[in-house]
Structures are given as structure tokens and as C-alpha cells.
Design a protein around this ligand. Structure first.
Ligand code: PAF
Length: 262
């Protein structure tokens, strides 16, 4: 039976090895993170906390999907041993010690969502402090987030292994995201443009693919160096295409390894 924790005080008695931080509204993508955690053979804790610090838009925060009962069932069936559902006061008692994501937190996602990554790093560090895991699992779908969390762990010398989970997609290639529930059937079809774009073999082909989908409003498309998050060049070993934009008001992001820079 999965254990439900509401308070950080519980972790003095109860030790978990693996943390899977989430904001709830769990789907098959989260299920895969929990299963990766569980495959280590260790005790897995899933946290559910809708972190106000990482929402630059109040509406987005208020409308963030919530499905606690369903989340509990999914976490348990995926093999989680515990679930942590803290209050805001539990996570941020008193003055918040904000972590800065630095300049790399101000480009791409960070440019469109100012202070978003400071909020993400602040809550992740707090969750690490509370639950002291030896490993934490994050999805590759939020590739810039994953990059910045790994960087933070290195800079603070935290003894935590960060495990990266491959993106889970639906049968048409759309990356699973809690935001997909805001798309109707036609919009979901339009959203497949992100996956199709990332499968092209040059920037020109990518741009053409985006032009062919008028319902998608592009924010950025770039080939970056996975090791620095800066723009890739010919000498870059590991290159990744990153893309973001909107269908109607719904923000969508995706990424994939590629072998070209132009
Ligand atoms: O990826 C998410 O769901 C959130 O950004 C995270 C890592 C749980 C922090 O709130």
C-alpha cells in the first residue's frame, strides 16, 4: 500500500532512495519516470506540488490541472512506495531562498517565461533537502529544465544522481504533457507538427514543415549543443533540436537528438 505524506517531518522516520518530483496530473510520461526509479530496486517517492514560483502567469497557475485521486492510483500501480503532497507552507516556510538559474535560464524557455527556471530550481532544491534522495528522475521532454537541474546539482555539490527519462509520445508522436488535455481533437492533430519538424534533416526543411501548419505559432526553433545548451556548430558532438510554440493559448515544447546544425 502506498504511503501518503503531507509533512516533511515524516522523512526523519521514512527513508526514500529515489525522488520523482511532479506537479500532479500524472500521465504515462510520469509513469515511465516512476518505473525508471523503481527499476533501481529502491524505494521511490513521488512528490506532487504545484509550485507557484515557476508560474509567471497567474491564470496558468490557477488552471493547472488537478487529479489527486487518479494520481495516487497511477503512482501506486507504477510501483511508487510513497507520495508526498506538501502544503505551500511546508515547502516555503518563511523567506524563500531562491536559486538562480543564471544566464542559461534566461534563454529559450526562460526568455518566454521569465523567472520560470529560478522557480523550478528553487523547488527542486527544497524537495531534495526535505527528502534527501540518492537519485531523482526527470523527463527529457523538459530538456532545458533537465540541463539546469544537472548543472545545479553539480554547482551545489549535491550527492544526487540525476536520471534522464526518454520522452513518451502518443501514437502520432505528440510528446505527452499535462497541457495536452487543453487541446481539442483538431488542435491535437495540429500539435503533431512539433514531432514532424524534429524528424527533418535540415533547418530549412524544419522551417518549411512549421509553415505548413498555420495553427502553430512558433516561439523558437534551434539546434543546440546538449553539453552547453548554446547554439550548436559543426564541431558539436551531441546536437539536439529544440522547439516551442503555441496552439491557440496552449504552450507546447519538444526536442530530439539530431545530426545537423543547418
Ligand atoms: O517538470 C515538472 O513537473 C516541474 O517543473 C517540477 C520538476 C516537478 C518542479 O516543480
Amino acid at each position: 500500500m502506498i504511503e501518503i505524506h503531507k509533512s516533511a517531518a515524516d522523512f526523519a522516520r521514512q527513508k526514500y532512495d529515489v525522488l520523482v518530483p511532479t506537479m500532479g496530473a500524472l500521465h504515462a510520461g510520469h509513469e515511465s519516470l516512476i518505473k525508471i526509479g523503481k527499476s533501481s530496486g529502491k524505494k521511490v517517492l513521488v512528490s506532487i506540488f504545484i509550485n507557484p514560483l515557476q508560474f509567471e502567469n497567474k491564470n496558468d497557475l490557477e488552471n493547472y490541472p488537478k487529479s489527486v485521486e487518479k494520481d495516487l492510483a497511477l503512482a501506486e500501480s507504477a510501483g511508487a512506495d510513497g507520495i508526498f503532497i506538501p502544503s505551500k507552507e511546508e515547502i516555503y516556510p518563511g523567506k524563500v531562498d531562491e536559486v538562480s538559474a543564471g544566464e542559461l535560464g534566461e534563454i529559450y524557455e526562460g526568455k518566454s517565461r521569465p523567472s520560470h527556471f529560478n522557480g523550478v530550481l528553487t523547488v527542486v532544491k527544497r524537495l531534495f533537502e526535505i527528502s534527501s534522495p540518492r537519485m531523482a528522475v526527470f523527463g527529457e521532454k523538459d530538456f532545458q529544465q533537465l540541463f539546469l537541474i544537472k548543472k545545479m546539482v553539480k554547482e551545489y555539490g549535491l550527492p544526487i544522481e540525476i536520471s534522464a527519462a526518454p520522452t513518451i509520445r502518443d501514437e502520432f508522436g505528440l510528446a505527452l504533457s499535462s497541457r495536452n488535455m487543453f487541446l481539442d481533437i483538431d488542435q491535437k492533430k495540429s500539435a503533431q507538427v512539433l514531432f514532424r519538424t524534429l524528424q527533418k534533416s535540415s533547418i530549412d526543411e524544419m522551417k518549411q514543415e512549421i509553415k505548413n501548419e498555420p495553427n502553430f505559432k512558433l516561439d523558437y526553433l534551434e539546434i543546440i549543443n546538449e553539453e552547453s545548451f548554446l547554439k550548436a556548430d559543426k564541431s558539436t558532438r551531441y546536437k539536439r533540436g529544440i522547439i516551442a510554440g503555441w496552439i491557440n493559448q496552449v504552450r507546447l515544447i519538444d526536442n530530439m537528438q539530431v545530426s545537423f546544425t543547418s
